[in-house]
Design a protein around this ligand. Sequence first.
Ligand code: NDP
Ligand code: MG
Ligand code: MG
Length: 341
Amino acid sequence: MTQMYYEDDADLSFLQDKKVAVIGYGSQGHAHALSLRDSGIDVRIGLAEGSKSAAKAEAEGLRVLSVADAAEEADVIMILTPDQVQAKVYEESIKDHLKAGDTLAFGHGFNIRYGFIKPPADVNVIMIAPKGPGHVVRREFEAGRGVPDLIAVEQDATGDAKQIALAWAKGVGGTRAGVIETTFTEETETDLFGEQAVLCGGASQLVQYGFETLTEAGYKPEIAYFEVLHELKLIVDLMVEGGISKQRWSVSDTAEFGDYVSGPRVITPEVKENMKAVLADIQNGAFADRFMNDQAAGAPEFKELRAKGEAHPIEETGRELRKLFSWMKSDDDYTEGAVAR
Ligand code: NDP
Ligand code: MG
Ligand code: MG
């Protein structure tokens, strides 16, 4: 079993003697910054001129500076802007403010793994990647718990880069749950694969095909929505609690038998071959280049695919049904049905 790090393996003093900058105050940025602040760390926020998130950070009592000023002041600089803008932000506002012995930190290995950011040799390069969305990371911290983190050290210029990463993980609650050490390459490739093949890409396509199959056969869209989307969470919760076995134990014998006989008919061995092709494109950089080239051109492919996804009939059905679900609270940052973001 891979070694796990917990509270006693991490020492906050590796951060307490330093000035920390969190660049970006979005999903991950607000979670890291607020929890570090609550852990007694000296945190400042770096944002672009006219940033929409500046007011939110200031309302929490955080100091907001330009990215360049925050990077200049800080000894540890965590870049938590969207992946596609990190290289530009680094070139324009961070690179020239790094001094020997500083630490550059990331919440995901993308820009280091694919070489879009190339830090100088005399700074530490570390990663602290919580395995959960930022709002859950923050909520768990406030509840006295934590979301597991991955940490990695790409460059160790000061000899204590790993201690700094562990201290950061402790400051955001990660060591309460458990921390695993990985590499930038392993984290990036497995993270992209998981979200593309299974979690986001695979699950979304599976749900859409299920909904289409039922509605095209004449069943009511509302019923189809419940059967292929709404209940997915209940099934996934069981998997997370006790593996696929607990899910199969909890459902009816009818459902369990149907799982065995029809699962492999739907997800055929060909699907595994497709997954291998997706992984190959992640490993050889083709996906990263496609994403970054599209972004550089103003994201035409991204915008087209997003609009197409939002126009799928399951979205309209869900929007109407969820109005009836008084127990469901949507995220403050998310506006349903907003195609343009
Ligand atoms: P978000 O999209 O939530 O980040 C938005 C923040 O970045 C806003 O504060 C925004 O400011 C700021 N920002 C955008 N562009 C710039 C810029 N040019 N200069 C300065 N600030 C800018 O990002 P995420 O939190 O989703 O992702 C951050 C990192 O964390 C990524 O590396 C991601 O892969 C990783 N990660 C994300 C997870 C998640 O839960 N979302 C999970 C694990 C890792 P404004 O308000 O002005 O637009
Ligand atoms: Mg990811
Ligand atoms: Mg059922």
